[in-house]
Ligand binder design. Structure first.
Ligand code: PEP
Ligand code: MN
Length: 341
């Protein structure tokens, strides 16, 4: 909150009251009296004023409008840190010139399948292997993941291929076991506002891939990043994965405008997940290309050797051959926007 505009009807008494209120918060008022109305410039560290306090100010008599200049998120904001955040995961630099691709199955189903997929996506040029060991399923009767056994397979896949691991955490109680195996901790869309979980990963020293909530605004998403960062962990990667809209032709609506918007608002790297964004395998490639063109720092793509038999998200998974072809095509798009893949 930085600028307060008073109503034309505001009295000197209203003004004194408002100035006192600001001073009680350790702020100063710079009053400019125009012919029509009075405008107060608030001086001091206004980032300490919460949105609730700002809303409370709005009800004071004499106030017409309270305009915030500083963002409610601070650590995540570009105003706070102008240069791009670059995250180094086992020598893979996220947020630099190279666009990194995180690929793998939705869920780790068994060892053979994971090893096979990991080998194939590495050959095609992926930088990370992904797979869920703890799955957030809509139905409690659907496959819920292999738990620690799945994490072990991911670690074995890393050993075999050299690809660092990305996997999802659903519960703060699993943090220890997940950190034992993973290189990047994923917070899924359904948990973007699970604040206890955000604080938990905020205290760890591994990068966090923070997916956008199903119906989250960009501001709410950045506030979720702020939760993680407020605990000390500055290594947050944002992942656009589609939002709920009225459209039913695709699983979600992939909001690619979020990429340039985020580039303006935050210094954090931005990854796009077209797989969950569209939900259909044949729409993944065009949206992956569009993501690179829009300025994404990375992609998350679901790949399965046998999508027909997949235990989750088979409909949106690429086969290794299709993934390889896409990786080739992406090189051209990346070069056109001054990046590498
Ligand atoms: C996933 O990455 O498999 C997943 C569950 O994603 P989201 O949280 O975006 O739905
Ligand atoms: Mn999935």
């Amino acid at each position: 909150m930085d600028i307060i505009v008073l109503k034309p009807s505001a009295t000197e008494e209203d003004l004194r009251h408002i100035v006192k209120k600001l001073e009680s918060r350790g702020l100063k008022a710079n009053i400019s009296k125009g012919t029509e109305r009075i405008v107060i410039g608030v001086i001091g560290d206004t980032s300490k004023i919460t949105e609730e306090e700002e809303d409370a100010l709005r009800v004071m008599t004499g106030i017409e409008e309270v305009m915030r200049i500083l963002k409610p998120y601070k650590l995540a904001s570009r105003d706070f840190r102008a240069e791009d955040t670059v995250i180094n995961v086992r020598e893979k630099i996220i947020g630099g010139k190279k666009i990194h691709v995180i690929a793998g199955p939705c869920a780790v189903e068994n060892k053979t399948m994971l090893m096979n997929i990991a080998e194939k996506v590495r050959e095609a040029g992926a930088s990370f292997i992904r797979g869920g060991a703890y799955k957030p399923r809509t139905s409690p009767y659907s496959f819920q993941g292999l738990g620690e056994e799945g994490l072990q397979y991911l670690a074995e896949a890393r050993e075999k291929t050299g690809l660092p691991v990305v996997t999802e955490i659903m519960d703060p109680r699993d943090i220890e076991v997940i950190l034992k195996y993973t290189d990047i901790v994923q917070i899924g869309a359904r948990n973007m506002q699970n604040f206890r979980l955000l604080l938990e990963v905020g205290s760890c020293d591994k990068p966090v891939l923070l997916k956008r909530g199903l119906s989250a605004t960009i501001k709410e998403w950045l506030m979720a990043a702020e939760y993680v960062m407020s605990r000390g962990n500055q290594q947050v990667i944002l992942c656009e994965r589609g939002i709920r809209t009225f459209e039913t032709a695709t699983r979600n609506t992939l909001d690619l405008s979020a990429v340039p918007v985020l580039k303006q608002l935050t210094h954090l790297p931005v990854v796009v997940d077209p797989s969950h964004g569209v939900g259909k395998w044949d729409l993944v490639a065009p949206m992956a290309k569009a993501s690179v063109a829009a300025g994404a720092d990375g992609l998350l793509i679901e790949v399965h050797t046998n999508p027909e038999e997949a235990m989750s998200d088979g409909e949106q998974s690429l086969k290794p051959g299709q993934f390889k072809k896409l990786m080739e095509e992406l090189k051209l798009i990346a070069a056109a926007v001054g990046r590498e893949i």
